[in-house]
Design a protein around this ligand. Structure first.
Ligand code: G3P
Ligand code: MG
Length: 243
């Protein structure tokens, strides 16, 4: 079961910061997940649509300037990182770490496709290397963004996120993921059942579950055969640390 640090590794350092990414990898995350907005053409790593919960700023993220966002304290003196800074941070580690970019907002597909495309071939996280090693996924609750991304670059592996299962039932989640050409369905852990895993696997889709922090939930995911878990505490999955 893949251990995916959620928002870097939000259990160990302020979420979606470089400190969280570093600490998550140190404690055994095999992948890291970060949330991404595009503000003034810049890709920044941030979760909420507002600034108050995690920074000393105020207002809607999308209504701010990039300069203002970069001036804020995102916790413990950490800056809101750019996606490029996250890539550069991951590149410093010798182990091969995967990256799940979650598209937030409705204007991220195009800049993320361009960002990946323009990453230098010398970079440890260049698009050809990530694809060859199967270390990249782009996910979103906004399926239209995934559709757009797929049109821009069909080689990029996609994860279809679901908050709850569609009212039509689990089969519909699988049909939606297949229509998007996604490689995985990314489900809230309490909605994961043996039946949906078996149906997803039968359809050639992986199942990634979020956000799995409680050790009992982690063992449930493991025994059900979930392929990957987003967790604030990747050390609990890797066995590096129990906290
Ligand atoms: O991708 C898994 C998880 O990050 C989705 O929920 O709200 O934490 O971005 P959220
Ligand atoms: Mg996320």
């Amino acid at each position: 079961m893949l251990s995916i640090g959620h928002r870097g590794a939000a259990g160990y350092a302020p979420e979606n910061t470089i400190a969280a990414v570093e600490q998550g990898i140190r404690l055994g995350a095999q992948w890291v997940e970060v949330d991404v907005y595009c503000v003034e053409g810049e890709l920044i790593v941030f979760h909420d649509d507002r600034l108050e919960r995690t920074t000393n700023g105020t207002g809607l993220v999308m209504e701010q300037s990039f300069e203002y966002l970069r001036s804020l304290d995102a916790g413990d003196g950490q800056q809101i990182p750019t996606l490029q800074e996250v890539f550069d941070t991951i590149a410093q580690f010798r182990s091969l770490i995967g990256i799940n970019i979650e598209l937030k907002g409705s204007n991220t597909a195009e800049p993320v496709a361009a960002f990946l495309q323009h990453q230098s071939v010398e970079h440890a996280l260049s698009l050809p290397k990530l694809l060859q090693r199967n270390l990249l996924a782009v996910s979103s609750f906004e399926h239209s963004q995934l559709q757009q991304l797929h049109q821009l670059n069909p080689a990029i592996p996609l994860g279809a996120l679901f908050w709850g299962l569609p009212p039509e039932g689990p089969g519909n989640a699988i049909a939606i993921a297949q229509a998007l050409s996604a490689q995985s369905i990314n489900l809230r852990h309490d909605t994961v059942t043996a039946a949906i895993i078996s149906a997803a696997h039968g359809a050639g889709l992986k199942v990634w579950a979020y956000t799995v922090n409680d050790p009992q939930d982690l063992s449930r995911m493991r025994s059900l055969g979930v392929d990957g878990v987003f967790t604030d505490y990747p050390g609990r999955v890797s066995g590096h640390v129990s906290s």
